[in-house]
Design a protein around this ligand. Structure first.
Ligand code: AMP
Ligand code: ZN
Length: 115
């Protein structure tokens, strides 16, 4: 059994509100949503972060980003922020590559806390 949280969600070992389930991708609602739409999209295969994913599997990375459009469409939004936190200092807490899809309310100029 893996101790990776998102591998365990993909495997169905932990509960999640599933938004998308395809051959290579899994998407579910963030447990601590920052906006009305806050969905996490992950590759089913484990990569530590988005850059490792992109270096190892560029086509899958494209699929992952394209899936954000499907998630947005499903939630009826056409404006959203896509975030890949990469590394602990950048706020990454789960070391399985994932894309945040955040929207459904005005998000402000950037949402980035660079202080
Ligand atoms: P990050 O900080 O970029 O690594 O994002 C990890 C995200 O996973 C955070 O926004 C958490 O709220 C979310 N998260 C943590 N545990 C769960 C869970 N069991 N189900 C859904 N989302 C989760
Ligand atoms: Zn994993």
């Amino acid at each position: 059994m893996t101790d990776c949280l998102f591998c365990r969600i993909v495997a169905g070992e932990l509960p999640a509100t599933v938004v998308l389930d395809t051959e290579h991708l899994f998407a579910f609602r963030d447990i601590s949503p920052q906006a009305p739409t806050h969905v996490i999209i992950v590759p089913k295969a484990h990569y530590a972060n988005a850059v490792e994913l992109a270096q190892a599997a560029p086509a899958l990375t494209g699929e992952l980003i394209a899936a954000a459009g499907d998630v947005a469409k499903q939630d009826g939004i056409d404006s959203y922020r896509l975030v890949f936190n990469t590394g602990a200092d950048a706020g990454q807490t789960v070391f399985h590559a994932h894309l945040h899809v955040i929207g459904g309310k005005p998000l402000g100029p950037s949402g980035l806390d660079l202080h």
